[in-house]
Write a protein of this length. Structure first.
Length: 156
């Protein structure tokens, strides 16, 4: 586990949080919730599956998909959308922004004073804004950019 990773959670506390949000707290669901909260990697359902399977070998990928959707619908998880890719979930609910690598797909939390007090352009037609999340797209480092360039040259 990397430095600064969220610490282990109390399962009964997580189960209580699920129930408070109307999510049935089965042992599998609570483990899936825990796996999401214990990482800052913004995991895909497949990544959550790999972690939960180690603790609960009988869990199915379908259960992971359904549970993540239920947690999201209940407001216990956020969906980090970035175009064209598989779904990526975020257990962190406080306002924050993301750095998204176009090459390896890594998503890193990001905060900056200039983004903290973003003024809402209000109203935006009939759109009801309830959250602002900025995504900075680019590359983790020169190596990721190099890798992506190579791939594009091969495809082109
Ligand atoms: Zn990268
Ligand atoms: Zn995040």
């Amino acid at each position: 586990m990397s430095a600064g990773a969220p610490k282990m959670r109390d399962l009964s506390e997580l189960a209580a949080r699920c129930r408070a949000h109307g999510v049935k707290a089965t042992p599998q669901r609570v483990e899936i919730f825990r796996a999401l909260l214990e990482t800052r990697e913004h995991p895909s359902p497949e990544a959550v599956y790999r972690v939960v399977k180690r603790r609960m070998p009988t869990v199915s990928l379908a259960t992971i998909y359904k549970t993540l959707e239920a947690l999201h619908a209940a407001g216990l998880a956020r969906l980090v959308s970035h175009s064209g890719e598989t779904k990526r979930y975020d257990g962190r609910l406080d306002p924050h922004h993301h750095l998204v690598c176009r090459s390896c797909g890594r998503i890193t939390d990001f905060n900056h004073p200039a983004l903290k007090d973003l003024a809402l352009p209000h109203p935006v037609d009939d759109f009801i804004t309830d959250e602002i999340s900025v995504q900075l797209l680019g590359f983790c480092n020169a190596a990721c950019r190099e890798k992506q360039n190579k791939q594009e040259n091969n495809n082109g």
